[in-house]
Design a binder for this molecule. Sequence first.
Ligand SMILES: NC(=O)c1ccc[n+]([C@@H]2O[C@H](COP(=O)([O-])OP(=O)(O)OC[C@H]3O[C@@H](n4cnc5c(N)ncnc54)[C@H](O)[C@@H]3O)[C@@H](O)[C@H]2O)c1
Length: 321
Amino acid sequence: MARRALITGGAGFIGSHVAGRFAANGYDVTVLDNLSSGKREQVPAGATFHHLDITSPDAAALVRDGRFDVICHLAAQIDVRKSVADPAFDAKTNIVGTLNLLEAVRASGARTRFIFSSTGGAIYGDLVEPPTSETAPKDPQSPYGTAKLSVEYYMGYYARIHGLDTVALRYSNVYGPRQDPHGEAGVVAIFCGRLLDGAPLTVFGDGRQTRDYVYAGDVARANFLAATVDLPPATGVDSRAFNIGTGIETDVLTLANMLRKVSGGESAVTHAPPRPGEQLRSAVAIDKAARVLGWRPEVTLEQGLRETYQWFAAQREEAGA
Ligand SMILES: NC(=O)c1ccc[n+]([C@@H]2O[C@H](COP(=O)([O-])OP(=O)(O)OC[C@H]3O[C@@H](n4cnc5c(N)ncnc54)[C@H](O)[C@@H]3O)[C@@H](O)[C@H]2O)c1
């Protein structure tokens, strides 16, 4: 019998890549999504779709009775600024919604691996020099980062006290086809739109702030490997956590220039005042994912940006046709 995977948020940007990866590997895939930002047409053909909210009793029932071998939990409120404007809404979705699912896994008594989409971009802060390893001190700068880290601590509790099989994947800044401008690598989507409009690319401050851009297809493969690899029992919050990025810092000016190159666009780069509180440098160390999961990113930034730009261009053509 095929192994069963539940992908929450599987109608969204990264989740749809994850669902596609499990389906391509012969899994019986179920997607749960409230379509608040996801799209039904992004769910891979052949997957069973449930239009549900992760905070609902029906979502809990699906998890409890679904006999899933693996749950990749990606459904979330993903907008850092929205978490600042409404921390309670962020916590309701990202903490309470996740607890609803974890409690359902506990009640099911099944041996389900629960893979949580955490963040490497929003929990480490500026305390240590990048690339940051999993055991570095945590200093989340937003309600979003605080909620993600809280869930990791809850998972530590569920693993220790109830024997749940939990994993946290801490993504850096994920970009690729189907991304929207509100995620942690939103700048790629914004620049692609500006290039297609022939409009200038706005860079805040001097453009030397760095991020670690990882391609969505590589992130999907990390979820797949995390579902299948043997792992020792959890001991503390970082033991089952893996950074998923490239370890490479890319500054915004370099990103803008690379996108101009792959698009052949003529857009100028303009500077706007720096944004207060913006983190200056960010990149995650990925040795642990390589060693334990056998995962490394395979898509270079230039390749990935080309794919992403071409996807946005095709969308634009379709909309205009
Ligand atoms: N994009 C990044 O750079 C990045 C970085 C680190 C972590 N992450 C995490 O990866 C995951 C996926 O993010 P994404 O960028 O694909 O965003 P996304 O908005 O495309 O995906 C989130 C999906 O969850 C669904 N959803 C939202 N609230 C829900 C709810 N209450 N119940 C059911 N479904 C709900 C949305 O409709 C959407 O399909 C999130 O957990 C996010 O925090 C993303």
